[in-house]
Design a protein around this ligand. Structure first.
Ligand code: MN
Length: 277
Protein backbone atom coordinates (compact mmCIF):
# COMPACT_ATOMS: atom_id res chain seq x y z
CA UNK A 1 0.00 0.00 0.00
CA UNK A 2 2.78 2.33 0.90
CA UNK A 3 4.56 2.01 -2.41
CA UNK A 4 1.28 2.31 -4.26
CA UNK A 5 0.34 5.58 -2.57
CA UNK A 6 3.78 7.08 -3.15
CA UNK A 7 3.46 6.10 -6.80
CA UNK A 8 0.14 7.94 -6.93
CA UNK A 9 1.77 10.89 -5.20
CA UNK A 10 4.57 10.96 -7.75
CA UNK A 11 2.08 10.76 -10.61
CA UNK A 12 0.09 13.64 -9.17
CA UNK A 13 3.24 15.73 -8.84
CA UNK A 14 4.17 14.94 -12.42
CA UNK A 15 0.68 15.82 -13.60
CA UNK A 16 0.85 19.12 -11.69
CA UNK A 17 4.17 19.91 -13.33
CA UNK A 18 2.75 19.26 -16.79
CA UNK A 19 -0.37 21.28 -16.00
CA UNK A 20 1.72 24.22 -14.84
CA UNK A 21 3.85 24.02 -17.95
CA UNK A 22 0.81 23.95 -20.21
CA UNK A 23 -0.97 26.64 -18.22
CA UNK A 24 1.92 29.11 -18.38
CA UNK A 25 2.30 30.95 -21.67
CA UNK A 26 5.97 31.59 -20.90
CA UNK A 27 8.56 30.01 -18.63
CA UNK A 28 9.21 32.22 -15.61
CA UNK A 29 12.90 32.85 -15.99
CA UNK A 30 14.86 35.78 -17.30
CA UNK A 31 16.61 34.05 -20.18
CA UNK A 32 13.49 32.79 -21.86
CA UNK A 33 10.67 35.08 -20.71
CA UNK A 34 8.77 36.59 -23.62
CA UNK A 35 8.28 39.65 -21.44
CA UNK A 36 12.00 40.42 -21.64
CA UNK A 37 12.33 39.88 -25.38
CA UNK A 38 13.56 43.44 -25.93
CA UNK A 39 15.91 43.41 -22.94
CA UNK A 40 16.19 44.00 -19.21
CA UNK A 41 16.07 47.82 -18.99
CA UNK A 42 17.97 48.13 -15.70
CA UNK A 43 20.02 44.94 -15.66
CA UNK A 44 17.87 43.76 -12.74
CA UNK A 45 18.93 40.54 -11.02
CA UNK A 46 17.22 37.92 -8.86
CA UNK A 47 19.71 38.18 -5.99
CA UNK A 48 17.99 39.15 -2.71
CA UNK A 49 20.83 41.57 -1.90
CA UNK A 50 19.83 43.66 -4.92
CA UNK A 51 17.31 45.75 -3.01
CA UNK A 52 17.11 48.61 -5.50
CA UNK A 53 16.82 46.57 -8.69
CA UNK A 54 15.34 43.17 -7.95
CA UNK A 55 14.13 41.13 -10.90
CA UNK A 56 10.81 39.32 -10.67
CA UNK A 57 9.83 37.22 -13.65
CA UNK A 58 6.29 35.90 -13.54
CA UNK A 59 4.48 33.88 -16.19
CA UNK A 60 2.33 36.97 -16.83
CA UNK A 61 4.94 39.79 -16.78
CA UNK A 62 8.39 40.77 -15.56
CA UNK A 63 9.49 43.69 -13.39
CA UNK A 64 12.28 45.34 -11.46
CA UNK A 65 11.31 46.22 -7.89
CA UNK A 66 12.96 48.59 -5.43
CA UNK A 67 12.73 47.83 -1.73
CA UNK A 68 13.63 51.50 -1.12
CA UNK A 69 10.93 53.22 -3.17
CA UNK A 70 8.54 50.25 -2.58
CA UNK A 71 7.35 50.41 -6.17
CA UNK A 72 8.53 48.79 -9.41
CA UNK A 73 11.24 50.57 -11.42
CA UNK A 74 9.64 49.15 -14.53
CA UNK A 75 7.15 46.47 -15.54
CA UNK A 76 7.37 44.72 -18.91
CA UNK A 77 4.88 42.51 -20.70
CA UNK A 78 3.96 41.01 -24.04
CA UNK A 79 0.48 41.64 -25.34
CA UNK A 80 -1.20 39.67 -28.10
CA UNK A 81 -4.49 37.85 -28.65
CA UNK A 82 -3.41 34.87 -26.55
CA UNK A 83 -3.57 37.02 -23.39
CA UNK A 84 -7.07 38.30 -24.00
CA UNK A 85 -10.38 36.70 -23.06
CA UNK A 86 -13.15 37.34 -20.58
CA UNK A 87 -11.67 36.12 -17.27
CA UNK A 88 -11.94 38.15 -14.08
CA UNK A 89 -9.72 38.28 -11.00
CA UNK A 90 -10.51 36.13 -8.00
CA UNK A 91 -8.62 38.40 -5.60
CA UNK A 92 -8.27 42.05 -4.54
CA UNK A 93 -4.87 43.82 -4.61
CA UNK A 94 -2.55 42.09 -2.17
CA UNK A 95 1.08 41.80 -1.11
CA UNK A 96 3.38 39.94 -3.49
CA UNK A 97 4.44 36.72 -1.76
CA UNK A 98 7.35 36.20 -4.16
CA UNK A 99 9.57 39.02 -2.87
CA UNK A 100 12.50 38.09 -0.59
CA UNK A 101 11.54 37.52 3.05
CA UNK A 102 11.46 40.64 5.22
CA UNK A 103 10.92 43.13 2.41
CA UNK A 104 8.08 45.46 3.31
CA UNK A 105 5.48 46.45 0.76
CA UNK A 106 2.99 49.27 0.59
CA UNK A 107 -0.20 47.98 2.21
CA UNK A 108 -3.03 48.35 -0.28
CA UNK A 109 -5.41 49.84 2.26
CA UNK A 110 -3.23 51.61 4.79
CA UNK A 111 -1.65 53.90 2.19
CA UNK A 112 -3.78 54.17 -0.85
CA UNK A 113 -7.30 54.33 0.49
CA UNK A 114 -6.81 57.69 2.19
CA UNK A 115 -4.03 59.17 0.05
CA UNK A 116 -6.11 60.37 -2.86
CA UNK A 117 -4.01 58.33 -5.29
CA UNK A 118 -5.14 55.39 -7.38
CA UNK A 119 -3.40 52.05 -7.29
CA UNK A 120 -2.07 52.28 -10.83
CA UNK A 121 -1.58 48.78 -12.19
CA UNK A 122 1.25 48.75 -14.71
CA UNK A 123 0.23 45.50 -16.38
CA UNK A 124 -3.53 46.14 -16.62
CA UNK A 125 -5.87 43.37 -15.53
CA UNK A 126 -7.62 43.82 -18.88
CA UNK A 127 -4.36 42.81 -20.63
CA UNK A 128 -4.43 39.47 -18.76
CA UNK A 129 -8.00 38.28 -19.23
CA UNK A 130 -7.18 34.91 -20.81
CA UNK A 131 -7.57 33.02 -17.50
CA UNK A 132 -8.63 33.85 -13.94
CA UNK A 133 -5.15 32.92 -12.72
CA UNK A 134 -3.51 35.22 -15.23
CA UNK A 135 -5.88 38.09 -14.41
CA UNK A 136 -5.41 37.63 -10.66
CA UNK A 137 -1.63 37.80 -11.06
CA UNK A 138 -1.89 41.53 -11.87
CA UNK A 139 -3.41 42.32 -8.48
CA UNK A 140 -0.19 42.51 -6.48
CA UNK A 141 1.56 45.54 -5.01
CA UNK A 142 4.74 44.92 -7.05
CA UNK A 143 2.72 45.71 -10.20
CA UNK A 144 1.38 48.98 -8.79
CA UNK A 145 2.56 52.58 -8.54
CA UNK A 146 0.65 55.53 -7.06
CA UNK A 147 -1.13 57.41 -9.81
CA UNK A 148 -3.17 60.58 -9.90
CA UNK A 149 -6.76 59.52 -10.65
CA UNK A 150 -6.98 62.03 -13.52
CA UNK A 151 -4.01 60.34 -15.18
CA UNK A 152 -4.95 56.72 -14.37
CA UNK A 153 -8.55 57.23 -15.47
CA UNK A 154 -7.70 59.64 -18.28
CA UNK A 155 -4.94 59.47 -20.90
CA UNK A 156 -3.23 56.48 -19.26
CA UNK A 157 -6.38 54.36 -19.51
CA UNK A 158 -7.10 55.59 -23.02
CA UNK A 159 -3.65 54.44 -24.14
CA UNK A 160 -4.19 51.03 -22.51
CA UNK A 161 -7.39 50.68 -24.51
CA UNK A 162 -5.65 51.78 -27.69
CA UNK A 163 -3.06 49.02 -27.15
CA UNK A 164 -5.81 46.41 -27.02
CA UNK A 165 -7.31 47.89 -30.19
CA UNK A 166 -3.96 47.33 -31.91
CA UNK A 167 -4.03 43.71 -30.71
CA UNK A 168 -7.54 43.34 -32.13
CA UNK A 169 -6.03 44.41 -35.46
CA UNK A 170 -3.61 41.46 -35.20
CA UNK A 171 -0.57 43.23 -33.74
CA UNK A 172 1.74 41.94 -31.01
CA UNK A 173 2.96 44.52 -28.49
CA UNK A 174 5.89 44.69 -26.09
CA UNK A 175 5.07 47.20 -23.39
CA UNK A 176 7.26 48.61 -20.60
CA UNK A 177 6.03 51.18 -18.10
CA UNK A 178 6.84 52.92 -14.86
CA UNK A 179 7.15 56.31 -13.22
CA UNK A 180 9.94 58.81 -12.67
CA UNK A 181 10.60 62.05 -10.89
CA UNK A 182 9.79 63.38 -7.46
CA UNK A 183 6.17 64.29 -6.99
CA UNK A 184 3.88 64.35 -3.99
CA UNK A 185 4.28 61.88 -1.16
CA UNK A 186 2.04 59.24 0.25
CA UNK A 187 2.49 58.20 3.86
CA UNK A 188 1.65 55.01 5.68
CA UNK A 189 1.37 54.49 9.42
CA UNK A 190 2.05 50.78 8.99
CA UNK A 191 5.08 51.24 6.76
CA UNK A 192 6.47 54.18 8.73
CA UNK A 193 7.90 55.90 5.67
CA UNK A 194 6.81 58.30 2.98
CA UNK A 195 6.36 56.96 -0.51
CA UNK A 196 7.31 59.14 -3.46
CA UNK A 197 4.54 59.56 -6.01
CA UNK A 198 6.31 59.73 -9.40
CA UNK A 199 5.93 63.12 -11.06
CA UNK A 200 5.38 61.45 -14.43
CA UNK A 201 4.41 58.04 -15.73
CA UNK A 202 6.06 56.72 -18.89
CA UNK A 203 5.39 53.92 -21.30
CA UNK A 204 7.34 52.43 -24.20
CA UNK A 205 5.36 50.28 -26.64
CA UNK A 206 6.84 48.34 -29.55
CA UNK A 207 4.28 47.25 -32.13
CA UNK A 208 4.98 44.15 -34.20
CA UNK A 209 2.87 43.53 -37.29
CA UNK A 210 3.01 39.76 -36.89
CA UNK A 211 2.77 37.80 -33.61
CA UNK A 212 5.56 35.35 -32.85
CA UNK A 213 8.05 37.04 -35.15
CA UNK A 214 10.34 37.76 -32.20
CA UNK A 215 13.35 40.05 -32.52
CA UNK A 216 13.50 39.24 -36.24
CA UNK A 217 10.23 41.12 -36.59
CA UNK A 218 11.88 44.32 -35.37
CA UNK A 219 13.42 46.63 -37.96
CA UNK A 220 14.00 50.35 -38.54
CA UNK A 221 10.38 50.75 -39.68
CA UNK A 222 8.85 49.15 -36.58
CA UNK A 223 6.39 51.38 -34.80
CA UNK A 224 7.37 52.48 -31.31
CA UNK A 225 5.08 54.60 -29.14
CA UNK A 226 6.59 56.33 -26.12
CA UNK A 227 4.70 58.64 -23.78
CA UNK A 228 5.59 60.61 -20.67
CA UNK A 229 2.45 61.83 -18.87
CA UNK A 230 2.28 64.22 -15.89
CA UNK A 231 1.05 62.20 -12.92
CA UNK A 232 -1.19 64.93 -11.60
CA UNK A 233 -4.61 66.52 -11.75
CA UNK A 234 -5.66 68.43 -14.83
CA UNK A 235 -4.84 65.79 -17.46
CA UNK A 236 -8.05 63.75 -17.46
CA UNK A 237 -9.41 65.02 -20.77
CA UNK A 238 -6.09 65.28 -22.57
CA UNK A 239 -5.27 63.02 -25.51
CA UNK A 240 -2.45 60.55 -24.74
CA UNK A 241 -1.07 61.39 -28.19
CA UNK A 242 -0.15 64.85 -26.98
CA UNK A 243 2.33 63.25 -24.55
CA UNK A 244 4.33 61.33 -27.15
CA UNK A 245 8.10 61.66 -26.85
CA UNK A 246 11.21 59.83 -28.02
CA UNK A 247 12.41 56.72 -26.23
CA UNK A 248 15.72 58.59 -25.95
CA UNK A 249 14.09 61.18 -23.70
CA UNK A 250 12.65 58.52 -21.40
CA UNK A 251 16.03 56.79 -21.23
CA UNK A 252 17.59 60.14 -20.28
CA UNK A 253 14.96 60.80 -17.61
CA UNK A 254 15.00 57.33 -16.05
CA UNK A 255 18.52 56.01 -16.64
CA UNK A 256 16.97 52.86 -18.13
CA UNK A 257 18.01 51.31 -21.44
CA UNK A 258 15.19 50.05 -23.63
CA UNK A 259 15.43 47.86 -26.75
CA UNK A 260 18.91 46.67 -25.74
CA UNK A 261 18.36 43.28 -27.42
CA UNK A 262 17.68 44.97 -30.76
CA UNK A 263 20.61 45.61 -33.13
CA UNK A 264 22.33 48.90 -32.19
CA UNK A 265 21.54 50.72 -35.44
CA UNK A 266 17.84 49.79 -35.30
CA UNK A 267 17.75 50.66 -31.59
CA UNK A 268 19.19 54.12 -32.34
CA UNK A 269 16.70 54.77 -35.12
CA UNK A 270 13.63 53.63 -33.18
CA UNK A 271 14.59 55.50 -30.02
CA UNK A 272 15.05 58.84 -31.80
CA UNK A 273 11.63 58.86 -33.51
CA UNK A 274 8.41 60.28 -32.09
CA UNK A 275 5.36 58.26 -33.10
CA UNK A 276 2.96 60.19 -35.34
CA UNK A 277 0.46 57.55 -36.49
MN1 MN B 1 18.06 51.73 -25.62
Amino acid sequence: MKSRSSFIGASAALLTTFTLMLGSPSPANAETSVHLLLGNPSGATTHASNRSNYLLVKPQYALSYSDYTKIPNWVSWQLNQSWLGSADSQYPDSLDSTLPLGWQQIPADNCYSCSGFDRGHMTPAADRSNTAESNSATFVMTNIIPMAPENAQGPWRDLEEYCRELVAQGKELYIISGGHGTGKTMSSTLLGQSINVPAKTWKVILVLDRPDSGLEGVNAETRVIAVDIPNESGVRNNDWRSYRVTVDSIEAATGLNFLSNVSPSVERTLEARVDNQ
